[in-house]
Design a protein around this ligand. Structure first.
Ligand code: NDP
Length: 267
């Protein structure tokens, strides 16, 4: 079976290593490539890949919205987030789903984190915030505060996903929250772009858990900030990366692979 991850830039992707690890541990033979595709060439190249014998594709930046828009059939999680990171075909139709949100929740569960009745703050209102919000809401938190630099991007996201107060509220970086969060999830790319992380004052004061969707071999800037502020439990996004990949692998092959405990082996 042949698979690929598509996006641009794509050289940095850990998906080929992760999926080959899953296949090897199950004694399966797969090929998995990283293929550079720009937005303008999306629909033609994807059709060519499926006609050329690919069984499934992972989709990353900047193509996740196009993957959703161009699919012939959308699974529930893709429909609620209006984004997609996993494609496959049924007969002649391209089917899409989004495994990012379920991947985060699975990683939370494996770490013993429950969001039920917690106040959650999400930093950022871009593609990854979009992908995880419906999955978080399904776990019944008390509230979700989306904090973002550009208010109109939060407004757009909330309208597009039909998110409403009081469950979900939007805040700017200099606004104080109604109630301080128990859990903070960083979906902003500021730290990884080496830009200053600006937060509402006192945001980390009551937080017990900080989770950064970004990941790296050493602590990310947000993880460092959380640790320096005395937050008890601090994680980066390697676990989510592995869990969303495992869910894609299951969609394509019907088999749920074992997730290695040490995610550093890929990075
Ligand atoms: P987007 O580009 O879609 O969104 C980025 C967000 O960061 C926006 O809300 C943007 O705000 C905000 N931002 C960027 N720079 C700054 C800054 N200097 N100050 C304040 N806010 C800033 O990115 P994604 O949501 O797709 O990805 C975000 C991160 O999540 C990436 O690092 C990515 O690698 C990681 N990720 C990890 C996954 C995993 O499996 N672990 C899965 C998906 C993503 P504004 O609206 O104002 O521009």
């Amino acid at each position: 079976m042949k698979f690929a991850v598509i996006g641009s830039p794509i050289n940095h992707s850990f998906s080929p290593k992760i999926h080959k690890f899953f296949a090897d541990s199950l004694g399966m033979k797969i090929e998995y490539e990283a293929i550079e595709i720009e937005r303008e060439e999306y629909s033609q190249r994807v059709r060519e890949l499926f006609h050329g014998g690919f069984s499934g594709l992972n989709v990353t930046l900047p193509l996740k919205d196009l993957a959703y828009q161009n699919a012939n059939e959308r699974k529930k999680n893709s429909e609620t987030t209006k984004t997609a990171n996993t494609l496959w075909t049924r007969d002649e139709s391209i089917v899409c789903d989004s495994t990012d949100g379920p991947g985060l929740i699975q990683d939370f569960k494996s770490k013993g984190i429950s969001v039920k009745q917690c106040n959650i703050a999400i930093l950022g209102s871009g593609g990854s915030a979009r992908a995880i919000l419906p999955s978080l809401l399904a776990e019944n938190p008390s509230s979700i505060s989306i904090i973002n630099r550009t208010a109109k991007n939060t407004d757009h996201l909330m309208k597009d996903l039909d998110l409403k107060e009081p469950e979900v509220s939007g805040y700017e970086l200099n606004q104080n929250l109604e109630s301080l969060p128990d859990i903070i999830i960083n979906c902003s790319s500021a730290g990884l772009k080496a830009e200053r992380i600006i937060l509402p004052s006192g945001l980390l004061d009551k937080a017990k858990i900080c989770y950064d969707l970004s990941y790296s071999i050493s602590d990310t800037p947000f993880c460092l900030l959380a640790k320096e502020s005395g937050v008890e439990k601090v994680f980066d996004g390697k676990g989510m990366l592995l869990n969303q990949a495992a869910l894609s692998f299951k969609i394509w092959t019907g088999i749920y692979p074992e997730i290695p405990e040490d995610s550093k082996i890929f990075i």
